[in-house]
Design a protein around this ligand. Structure first.
Ligand SMILES: [Mg+2]
Length: 194
């Protein structure tokens, strides 16, 4: 199942058999500089996300968020606040015409946690919950190489958004495709599937 070299994302073939894994911070919402988003008050959608989500809603079988939230494990973010953030995020996405089927978070501190990305535990949990997610027909979108490694470990395609890590080389073998933003990825999918 593991794939270690670059693949071409077959964007023309993406249809309702396909599923989407999304990272949260730096993909859906702005990252805070060297800090965690602790409350809904601090949560800011990235530009275009609320336009991208309805496109994904039309195309993808399942849409799940997989997010490391070490701030909870460190006691800096309250679990209750994390749940409020996710409930409000899902509500706003729904109101915009989008959908998130489930949000998986990992509060564990240790990199040996099977659930902490780049380990694939959250993805495997999603596949267990939704057996219709096929890794060969799934994509992980993230803004770090850890997200890309998570995608590789899960056996799905990887899409890199250079929103926060300008130093990452697009030639990295962990990255299958690059788009400047979630909206530009959605627009490319829409254009390829008309
Ligand atoms: Mg991120």
């Amino acid at each position: 199942m593991q794939q270690h070299s670059k693949r071409i994302l077959p964007i023309q073939d993406i249809d309702q058999r396909w599923s989407l894994f999304l990272d949260r911070d730096g993909v859906i919402n702005h990252e805070k500089h060297k800090d965690y988003v602790h409350t809904w008050d601090e949560f800011r959608f990235m530009d275009g996300v609320l336009e991208a989500m309805p496109v994904f809603n039309r195309i993808f079988n399942r849409i799940v968020v997989v997010t490391n939230q070490k701030g909870v494990g460190k006691g800096l973010t309250k679990l209750e606040d994390l749940h409020t953030i996710h409930a409000n995020m899902e509500k706003e996405i729904l109101q915009a015409g989008g959908r998130i089927d489930s949000v998986y978070y990992c509060a564990d501190l240790g990199d040996d946690s099977p659930y902490r990305k780049p380990n694939p535990g959250m993805g495997l949990a999603a596949i267990k919950q939704y057996p219709d997610i096929r890794p060969e027909h799934a994509i992980m979108v993230g803004n770090t190489l850890s997200d890309m490694q998570f995608g590789r470990n899960l056996g799905v395609y990887t899409v890199f958004l250079p929103t926060t890590r300008p130093e990452v080389s697009f030639d990295d073998p962990l990255i299958d495709a690059v788009y400047p933003s979630l909206l530009s990825f959605a627009q490319a999918l829409e254009a390829a599937n008309l």
